[in-house]
Design a protein around this ligand. Structure first.
Ligand code: ADP
Ligand code: ADP
Length: 227
């Protein structure tokens, strides 16, 4: 999958759709970083930075952090040296304003989005996925108690850390996050469809089957970038 142009792929989907799981696999395959806005906020929270403290209330309530700070944070991340060949965007953009800001940033650098795979998953499956999600605090690898369990219960396969459940994955906050998604983020589906970038992927399949479908989609679009 060689391409000389930088590759920007946006993974769109509701909380729990599998964006993080697939972003990690794609990033490894394409040797470009996964840029996950939620991970960046949690990193800031863990380090008690002013940005982390600002974001905390929004994250705890399952609301979106305001656009201006979110855009600045992601823009700064995309300008780091490891992202010169592009990035897999996971969880950003989440509003039309964020999508327009991203379009401006990429246009200024004469860069284009390769494609926007939309991982479609039913609401029932989303809630089941969020309630069973466990995460490694060190490497951020995501597990599921039923669908993707670690080899030893509660322990990360990769670095042996003790896994944790995100406080915003409790049922009440997860339901609120899904409402916020339907109101503020779902309009991006039509936004990117209108730009000819959206590709729907059936996210109800196994992790491996979704990975295979995404690999095919990405290979086609990356090949077009090189034209
Ligand atoms: P998102 O980043 O979109 O919120 P994650 O990648 O964190 O989603 O996945 C949410 C949960 O669902 C995790 O526990 C993950 O292991 C699990 N998961 C991801 N993809 C699938 C899939 N295709 N089938 C079943 N479970 C999945
Ligand atoms: P999920 O994996 O369930 O989709 P994330 O880890 O991406 O969740 O996001 C967790 C929380 O971080 C969100 O509920 C929101 O408060 C904040 N957040 C993450 N990305 C954004 C964004 N692009 N815009 C605003 N808030 C965001």
């Amino acid at each position: 999958m060689a391409a000389t142009s930088p590759i920007y792929i946006i993974l769109l989907g509701a909380p729990g759709a599998g964006k993080g799981t697939q972003a990690r696999l794609l990033a490894e395959k394409l040797s470009i970083p996964q840029v996950a806005s939620g991970d960046l906020f949690r990193e800031n929270l863990g380090n008690n930075t002013p940005l982390g403290l600002l974001a905390k209330g929004y994250i705890d309530r399952g609301e979106l952090v305001p656009d201006d700070v979110t855009i600045r944070m992601v823009q700064e991340r995309l300008h780091r040296s490891d992202a010169v060949r592009g990035a897999i965007l996971d969880g950003f953009p989440r509003t039309i304003a964020q999508a327009e800001a991203l379009a401006r940033v990429l246009a200024q650098a004469d860069r284009r989005i390769a494609c926007v795979p939309y991982i479609r998953v039913s609401e029932k499956s989303l809630l089941a996925r969020l309630s069973g999600r466990w995460i490694c605090p060190i490497c951020q690898t995501t597990y599921h108690v039923l669908y993707s369990p670690p080899k030893v219960s509660g322990i990360c396969d990769k670095d042996g850390s003790i896994l944790y459940q995100r406080p915003d994955d409790t049922e009440e906050t997860a339901r609120n996050r899904l409402q916020v998604y339907f109101q503020q983020t779902a309009p991006l589906i039509e936004y990117y469809r209108g730009k000819g970038l959206l590709v729907e992927v059936d996210g109800e399949q196994s992790i491996e089957a979704v990975q295979g479908a995404l690999d095919d989609v990405v290979a086609q679009h990356v090949a077009r970038l090189a034209l």
